[in-house]
Design a protein around this ligand. Structure first.
Ligand code: SF4
Ligand code: SF4
Length: 97
């Protein structure tokens, strides 16, 4: 399975486990506004998560999470090329807004 350069896990959007303690740290760290508070804990919108491709060398939510509850989402496997395309699409949408 493809790996993003610099990452030790397969390229795909990420998901937050129910061990999230709702500390609010990851939400402002996300450059794509992909993280929001769900019904019980924070969630990641896979349509907006690029694994931080285009913005940072590593996923910022993973970097800041104090309880390591953010993992790769096996239901949303994407290649590095797909993540890059998603990043470009999001940037085009943002500049058109
Ligand atoms: Fe946001 Fe990056 Fe985390 Fe995806 S990996 S949710 S883009 S901070
Ligand atoms: Fe939950 Fe981790 Fe985000 Fe804190 S940083 S809200 S524990 S996912």
């Amino acid at each position: 399975m493809a790996s993003q350069p610099g990452l030790s896990y397969p390229a795909m959007s990420l998901k937050i486990l129910d061990t999230c303690v709702n500390c609010d740290v990851c939400e402002p760290a996300c450059p794509n506004k992909a993280i929001s508070l769900g019904e019980e804990f924070y969630v990641i919108d896979p349509a907006l998560c690029t694994e931080c491709v285009g913005h940072h060398d590593e996923p910022q939510c993973v970097v800041v999470c104090p309880v390591e509850c953010i993992i790769s989402d096996p239901d949303h496997v994407e290649s590095p090329q797909q993540l890059e395309l998603k990043y470009r699409h999001l940037m085009t949408r943002e500049s058109a807004a």
